[in-house]
Design a protein around this ligand. Structure first.
Ligand SMILES: Nc1ncnc2c1ncn2[C@@H]1O[C@H](COP(=O)(O)OP(=O)(O)OP(=O)(O)O)[C@@H](O)[C@H]1O
Ligand SMILES: CC(C)(CO)[C@@H](O)C(=O)[O-]
Ligand code: BAL
Length: 280
């Protein structure tokens, strides 16, 4: 595995590549990330992973400074996982000036759910992903792999690729879970042992919400409220638990066909904010 830190080195390393397969990450790699790398490998002639903790997508009170940075372990995991090229730019490489061009994603998609509770988040994600695409895939086009764990992020990126007519195929990876059902996530590292045992209540709440919605779709809003109350009663601070249409993340109604919906949730347990979703 070759490691590069600058765009010039990256371009040189990719000079003879015809179709890169690219996995963007923020590091602190776990088995979910490695599954994305495995999915990417047959999709290109070179497998590229980026590690960059993108300041632009964090609000001032969020965990940019404390976000886990585990460089040596990440490199070892990627080497074993079959990554060919690791791009780890320094901040100045992607943001050379204090003022930066910023993407403003379509509010119809980006201002709901995560965007409501993390204002500016998808603008920050879109900006850095467009830059990373330009760096890694700008010479050739290619394929990029994203996880469904970050469901709305995947949709925003698909929309960006479509609206800017980028020659990039977006491939979605299913969510990798721990044995108890908790979605793997870098932020799980913040959970203490008691919180880690409790954390499975989030995917369980989404399962219950989806089942109850299928049983009684007309009661949708009341079911969401019950799900929020049940998590609060266990000591969580939920931001949202909601059944949406997969196509546009608008609120589901009783007329929506089963198989077209997704239950999405975000909730804080102690100091840790977790997200998850379930297609049903
Ligand atoms: N459990 C998972 N299953 C599938 N994909 C995942 C999983 N966790 C992360 N990913 C994907 O890996 C890519 C990089 O994500 P990122 O580095 O932010 O990891 P993360 O575990 O989601 O971190 P965080 O805890 O900050 O949300 C994204 O496309 C994300 O959707
Ligand atoms: C896509 C991404 C790498 C952009 O910083 C990040 O949001 C992530 O890891 O999901
Ligand atoms: N996994 C999405 C990146 C973030 O939460 O900042």
């Amino acid at each position: 595995m070759r490691i590069v830190h600058t765009i010039a080195e990256l371009r040189q390393a990719l000079a003879s590549c015809r179709h890169p397969a690219f996995v963007p990450t923020m590091g602190n790699l776990h088995d979910g990330h490695l599954a994305l790398v495995q999915l990417a490998r047959p999709l290109g002639d070179v497998t590229v992973v980026s590690i960059f903790v993108n300041r632009l997508q964090f609000l001032p009170h969020e965990d940019f400074d404390s976000y886990p940075r585990t460089w040596e372990a990440d490199c070892a995991r990627l080497r074993d996982g079959g990554c060919d090229l690791l791009f780890a730019p320094r901040e100045r490489e992607l943001y050379p000036r204090p003022q930066t061009f910023r993407l403003q994603p379509d509010p119809a998609l980006a201002d709901l759910l995560e965007g409501q509770f993390r204002p500016g988040f998808f603008g920050g994600v879109g900006t850095v992903v467009l830059k990373l695409f330009a760096c890694v895939l700008g010479q050739t086009g290619g394929t990029a792999v994203f996880g469904k764990k970050d469901y709305q992020q995947l949709m925003v990126i698909r929309e960006m690729v479509q609206q800017f007519a980028l020659p990039i195929e977006i491939v979605a990876a299913e969510t990798s879970r721990a044995a108890d059902g908790l979605a793997l996530s870098s932020r799980n590292a913040y959970l203490n042992p008691d919180e880690r045992r409790e954390a499975v209540a989030l995917p369980q709440a989404l399962q219950r919400l989806a089942q109850r919605w299928l049983d009684a779709p007309a009661q949708g809003p009341a079911l969401e409220q019950q799900a929020l109350d049940a998590l609060r009663a266990r000591g969580w601070q939920p931001d949202y638990l909601s059944v949406r249409r997969r196509a546009d993340l608008q609120t589901a109604t009783a007329g929506d066909a089963p198989g077209t919906l997704v239950a999405l949730g975000a909730a804080r347990l102690g100091g840790t904010r977790l997200i998850d979703n379930l297609e049903f």
